[in-house]
Write a protein that binds this ligand. Structure first.
Ligand SMILES: O=C(O)C(=O)[C@H](O)CO
Ligand SMILES: [Mg+2]
Length: 257
């Protein structure tokens, strides 16, 4: 089976955030990720990881005002200074948590911003972040997020756009974050796509579709998908990023194989 991690922003939400680390470990996970570490002291998070023998697999660069609906600021020309500060903040947390990957959320394009200006800003910000993170030995992931259901207006909504950006930026430490849930909505043909995209994939996440719940609740054949990942020469993490349809513990049947 692939090397599975638990996304603590979605799994074990029956518990306080700081208690979720123990529950993830007890369920058999060795790695965790979550949206943002920034509301917590990095020392506290580092202790939680150490106490429970967990690896911090990934977190996101600061996204702007998440609660107000922002989903990243990397494409916004008037937020470049804030983006750069966010890269510095992410590096501090990544160092403390010994985290080797961070994800850059491209952001939603406001109607007043042209596609060209959004793209140029995104490209310049990703180049900047990639260079700074490279000096720390950290990979910058770029996730393609579906713009049909969850994030209308999200700038990077296909794997093709992420690959085009990677080609333009041309940095060794930039990789595609392949989320099976988003890719099922936007592109389908999951197994063949992963095989083709493998050289560019740095991180994989999953949820079933529709509903974004655990494997077995929707249309994706996860036994076959996980078997395909096993056959590929993929040495990264595969993170469970779904909303359990009930109790998290009861949603983990897929872990048994
Ligand atoms: O929504 C997702 O799929 C993610 O992985 C991001 O981290 C949050 O938008
Ligand atoms: Mg995802």
């Amino acid at each position: 089976m692939p090397r599975f991690a638990a996304n603590l922003s979605m799994l074990f939400t029956e518990f306080e955030f700081t208690e979720r680390f123990a529950h993830a470990r007890n369920a058999g996970f060795e790695g965790v990720e979550y949206l943002f570490p920034y509301p917590y002291q990095k020392e506290q998070l580092a202790s939680l990881l150490k106490d429970h023998g967990l690896t911090q697999v990934l977190f996101n660069l600061p996204p702007g005002d998440w609660d107000a609906g922002e989903r990243g600021i990397a494409c916004l020309p008037d937020r470049v200074a804030e983006f750069r500060e966010g890269v510095d903040q992410a590096i501090e947390y990544a160092r403390a948590l010994d985290c080797r990957q961070v994800n850059c959320l491209a952001g939603l394009r406001p109607p007043s911003l042209s596609e060209e200006d959004a793209w140029q800003t995104l490209q310049a910000n990703v180049s900047y972040a990639a260079e700074k993170l490279s000096a720390e030995g950290i990979t910058l992931c770029l996730e393609a997020i579906n713009s049909r259901v969850d994030m209308p207006g999200f700038v990077l909504d296909t794997s093709g756009k992420v690959l085009a950006l990677m080609e333009a930026v041309d940095a060794d430490n930039v990789r595609l974050q392949y989320d099976l849930y988003h890719m099922q909505i936007m592109e389908g043909d999951l197994i063949r796509s992963m095989e083709c995209l493998l050289p560019w994939i740095g991180h994989i996440q999953f949820a079933d579709n529709p509903g974004r719940h655990q494997p077995g609740t929707g249309e994706i054949n996860f036994s076959n998908v996980f078997a395909a990942i096993d056959r590929l020469d993929y040495d990264g993490w595969v993170s469970a990023e779904y909303r359990p349809s009930g109790d998290t513990g009861a949603s983990l049947g897929w872990l048994e194989g």
